[in-house]
Design a protein around this ligand. Structure first.
Ligand code: FAD
Ligand code: NAP
Length: 340
């Protein structure tokens, strides 16, 4: 077995929030074949097990009295290639942004709008990561998993995964069933740039780029993100703490009467997506600090940890924001971050 097992391991540096917590056991998973041996280890037999990637979408509110399996399986194999596309298989522990850089440098399109999202390839399908009008599900062919219930290695097709807005079976019905070991992507060699988001259009305009390449799009996304989002290495955060709410047309029109400048995006025939950042900002939370935690001054969806705080401080702030947004607009905003 190549994987390494640690006892009483600190988790502070293993999540981007950087709050203090310990794991009873931590396993650095180096290869797929080790999984049955790890899960069969008597020390972990009656303990909760959780899978950790880069820790950029997780908040620990207490010590984890179980075994954390940190996915470090890393490979990148081209399975097949035509003039039109490439099929590439990537280990779950491979860094997501490194994969985006690798793909875009070779002219493989589909993930360029997802540049600079922290974390691992294996976590990308869990919440179907999305940004600037693209969701990772659009590029996924299949997912290699270890099924903890049956003890088998399996291949799930993208159509098996119930991908939706920041969700999939890995977050819902099969939350504790699968360990994702790798993801197979289909990337295009003739990708058309996707520039539906105003910030992207504006940035490309400012740079006088009228026919952006994949690399232009990727670099624009990187530049915009660097200008708006706190770098977790400097200021603890997990990106957007809340999801954007999808509200009914009736609820939307009632709100619009009060907030005529409220941005909105049609989600489906019955629902409208309203930016949670607008609701939180208008409720007066943007830039507000409470002790060691606060709401980022440039992006109201991002809760930040200034240092010296706890996971519970962050949860308390999130609850206060949720309650206030509900009181002011009658809308329940759900967390996107996985709280333990
Ligand atoms: P972790 O936080 O380690 O885990 C997330 C969840 O996935 C946990 O429930 C974990 O148990 C599960 N998991 C992880 N790996 C596996 C596996 N191999 N098998 C089974 N389950 C697994 N997200 C977006 O969608 N769009 C964005 O634009 C975006 N921007 C961000 C910007 C910043 C600054 C930050 C800090 C976060 C941002 N995020 C964004 C959130 C986060 O980066 C993504 O959700 C990312 O995919 C999490 O990857 P991770 O490896 O860090 O996962
Ligand atoms: P933004 O461009 O200021 O837009 C604000 C919100 O409006 C976003 O949440 C976005 O929804 C929505 N939106 C904007 N243009 C849209 C369009 N043309 N069609 C549909 N919806 C539109 O957002 P931002 O905060 O700077 O983030 C930019 C992108 O990065 C967004 O896609 C966002 O999701 C992503 N991001 C995600 C995280 C995270 O942790 N999940 C963190 C930072 C940034 P969507 O969020 O649905 O795209």
């Amino acid at each position: 077995m190549k994987s390494l097992i640690y006892e009483h391991h600190p988790l502070t540096d293993m999540t981007t929030f950087g709050v203090p917590a310990h794991a009873r056991f931590l396993v650095a998973l180096k290869q797929t074949d080790d999984i049955p041996y790890i899960l069969g280890d008597v020390r972990f037999a009656h303990m909760p097990i959780m899978i950790l990637g880069g820790g950029s979408n997780i908040l620990f509110t207490k010590d984890f009295e179980g075994c954390i399996i940190k996915n470090e399986i890393s490979y990148l194999d081209i399975l097949s290639e035509t003039d039109d596309h490439v099929i590439v298989s990537v280990g779950a522990g491979y860094d997501w942004h490194d994969f985006v850089m690798y793909a875009t440098e070779r002219g493989w399109g589909g993930v360029e709008n997802l540049a600079l999202i922290p974390g691992t390839v294996g976590a990308a399908p869990v919440q179907n990561i999305g940004a600037y009008g693209i969701e990772v599900a659009e590029t996924i062919v299949s997912i290699d998993v270890y099924n903890r219930v049956t003890g088998n290695y399996e291949e799930l097709l993208a159509s098996d995964c119930a991908f939706g807005y920041r969700t999939s079976i890995f977050k819902t019905t099969a939350r504790d069933t699968y360990i994702i070991t790798g993801v197979v992507f289909r990337l295009s060699k003739n990708a058309q740039p996707r520039t539906t988001y105003a910030a992207l259009v504006q940035y490309l305009d400012e740079q006088n780029i009228s026919h952006p390449s994949l690399i232009d799009i990727r670099d624009a996304v990187i530049a915009i993100r660097r200008s708006k989002l706190p770098d977790p290495r400097v200021l603890g955060n997990a990106g957007s703490f809340f999801k954007n709410p999808y509200i009914t047309q009736d609820a939307y029109h009632a709100l619009l009467a009060v907030y005529p400048d409220m941005p909105s995006f049609e989600a489906d025939a019955d629902h409208v997506k309203v930016p949670a950042a607008f609701l939180i900002d208008r409720a007066g939370w943007k830039g507000r600090r409470i002790g060691a935690v606060g709401v980022h001054d440039k992006q109201a969806l991002v809760i930040v940890h200034y240092g010296g705080g706890t996971g519970q401080d962050i949860v308390d702030l999130a609850h206060a924001i949720q309650a206030d947004v509900f009181e002011k607009y009658g809308i329940h905003i759900e967390p996107e971050v996985n709280v333990w």
